[in-house]
Design a protein around this ligand. Sequence first.
Ligand SMILES: [Zn+2]
Length: 88
Amino acid sequence: MDNGEAVALGALRCRDFVDLVTDYLESTLDQQTRARFEDHLIDCPDCSVYLRQLEEIVGAVGILREEDLSPGARDVLLSRFRTWKIGG
Ligand SMILES: [Zn+2]
């Protein structure tokens, strides 16, 4: 069910969510992408938790940049998502 064209068809996956989350927090997503992003949040508790954590970082430092994430954090997160998907 999860083929490589899913994004083009409108369904966001966790890895796409991770790619978009900083733009979301900076409100630079276009309306359509933002809607898909929020749809994914409804379907995916894991990403909801992740977003909340990032929002706390943004609240603390004011702005989130890629370099603000600890080294490798993004890769760790992505591998966790892969594990969740395999396990689920
Ligand atoms: Zn997700």
